[in-house]
Design a protein around this ligand. Structure first.
Ligand code: FAD
Length: 430
């Protein structure tokens, strides 16, 4: 029997807070043929299906989802849409690569904005507030200094906060250095994804509970096996995030990592202790540290921790998240964590995403590297354009720079990950 939450132990808190009016979808009950198939109903797959449908209004597009809607990583994230990759930008010396990264994020944002700008409920899930970057260690402070220099060089507005100012604004003295930076939109990801699904063009047919278990390709097109049925199409976009290896689509360029998040219940007494602003978001300067958001109703969103390949048991997720929360907000009680969940992300060794043709009829997109709302939306849209043989500048540079490097197989892979995690842990205690 399929797990209610597809690949996960628990439901995403963002999705749990939504009213339960269903999204139109069917299940696969017979074999059939369509013009295009998109596999995976996250940000990537929805963007691809939408672009295919708009560009070919007479075609039929099947959007195939293994589980229920609104239960994937796209509704499990922290909701930061940062369209300037501040922290990565200095690690890539090539100016053209930097420009492409920024253009890609802008492209993703434009795709999403075109879908939400007319929505009267927009204000409840889309807030353009910028965000904080916080350092709790010496190494983190060095990163903050580097980012500050980049922002200065690029003449981007920012503010630097000391511990006392951070305490006033964020309600904690955990951070030794904090930067406020613009160009970040905070979203309620499940509301956003629901809106995107509900506004798909009519020629997109959404199928749930329809896990693809095998695929065959021929000159005529591609055939996907779903249960005892099969669906045939001329072309297929694979947008299945970290599940590529299960279908043998990509084994050597990406791996699957789980990270964890929780939402507290609305905490009246905390409204004040979480700082003066009605809402804010903070990402960490250190890779292993936590992401946080204060929501307007007095909830705290807290994301932390990683595990390789396998989701931790729920009790361990809860413990690791609570441990991080009380270091910052000692007055929060463990029973105030209302929703706790995990989500999988696809990680590549050099941070480059996957955008590759499997053959003439199939394209694979993945490698979000834990920040995929904008990136995977952009790649979904561009994958559809590529399948349709369209050409544009951003597509050309995406093909050029989406080159993830080789990751060795097990047991070397696990060893390398453990070495990296231990190194990062040491940095945290330095
Ligand atoms: C806790 C957490 C916090 C995060 N925070 C942020 C953030 O603040 N900002 C940000 O930009 N990103 C963030 N991310 C990353 C972001 O959520 C992902 O990059 C993004 O959702 C990936 O979208 P996707 O469409 O590629 O994949 P998914 O949303 O995972 O969708 C893939 C879909 O494919 C389906 N699928 C898989 N296999 C099959 C199959 N065989 N047949 C049919 N369907 C299949 C899955 O069921 C799933 O629905 C975070 C992720 C997590 C887990």
């Amino acid at each position: 029997m399929p797990n209610q939450f597809t690949h996960y132990h628990t439901q995403s808190g963002w999705a749990a807070l939504l009213p339960s009016n269903p999204i139109k979808a069917s299940t696969v009950t017979h074999s059939f043929e369509v013009d295009y198939i998109v596999v995976g109903a996250g940000f990537a797959g929805i963007a691809a299906a939408r672009e295919l449908a708009l560009a070919t209004p007479m075609a039929d597009i099947a959007l195939i989802e293994a589980g229920q809607l609104l239960q994937n990583s796209s509704t499990r994230n922290s909701g930061f849409m940062i369209d300037l990759p501040y922290t990565k930008i200095d690690q890539r010396s090539d100016v053209a690569v930097q420009k492409w990264q920024i253009d890609l994020m802008a492209h993703g944002r434009a795709c999403l904005w075109s879908q939400v700008k007319e929505d009267p409920e927009l204000a409840s899930y889309w807030t353009e507030v910028g965000h904080y970057k916080g350092a709790s260690t010496r190494i983190g402070s060095q990163t903050i200094q580097k980012i500050e220099q980049i922002l200065k060089d690029k003449q981007i507005d920012y503010k630097k906060l000391d511990t006392a100012q951070a305490q006033r604004l964020l309600g904690t003295n955990y951070y030794r250095d904090v930067l406020w930076m613009p160009r970040c939109t905070l979203v309620q990801p499940a509301v956003l994804l629901k809106r995107l699904l509900n506004t798909l063009p009519k020629n997109v047919h959404v199928f749930i509970d329809s896990k693809v278990t095998a695929t065959t390709s021929s000159a005529k097109g591609v055939q996907l096996k779903i249960g005892v049925h099969s669906i045939q199409a001329k072309k297929v976009v694979w947008a299945i995030n970290s599940h590529l290896a299960e279908l043998g689509l990509e084994r050597t360029k990406q791996l699957s990592v789980y990270t964890y998040a929780c939402l507290t219940e609305p905490i009246n007494s905390l409204q004040q202790s979480l700082g003066n602003a009605a809402f804010w978001g903070l990402t960490p300067a250190e890779q292993l540290e936590a992401t946080m958001r204060k929501l307007p109703d007095g909830r705290l969103l807290f994301r932390a921790g990683f595990s390789y390949k396998k989701e931790l048991p729920t009790i361990e997720q809860r413990n690791l998240l609570y441990e991080g929360i009380i270091k910052r907000y000692p007055s929060i009680r463990e029973d105030q964590l209302q929703f706790v969940w995990g989500g999988a992300v696809s990680i590549t060794r050099n941070g480059a995403p996957i955008f590759k043709r499997k053959n003439n009829n199939e394209i694979i997109i993945s490698g979000c590297n834990a920040s995929g709302i904008l990136k995977m939306t952009a790649l979904g849209d561009l994958a559809a354009a590529d399948i349709l043989n369209k050409r544009n500048k951003i597509l050309v540079s995406t093909k050029k720079y989406s080159k993830p490097s080789y990751i060795p197989p097990e047991p070397l892979r696990r060893l390398a990950i453990n070495i990296k995690i231990n190194k990062l842990k040491k940095e945290l205690s330095a």
